[in-house]
Design a protein around this ligand. Sequence first.
Ligand SMILES: [Zn+2]
Length: 61
Amino acid sequence: MSTTLTGACPECETDLSTPPMVKGETLACPECMLTLRVEDVASGGVLSLQMVEVQLRDWGQ
Ligand SMILES: [Zn+2]
């Protein structure tokens, strides 16, 4: 049984391997530095990753 998960960055298609993660966790792509969220973990340890829109501006006043 594998202890790492694999996935591909939806933005730059870099192959990623990560420690075990669960749905809803986030990671940063080491290549394009985008924040990715785990949408699903398929059997076999394949991650479905989705880009997270990061708010860089603080709109609060
Ligand atoms: Zn990437």
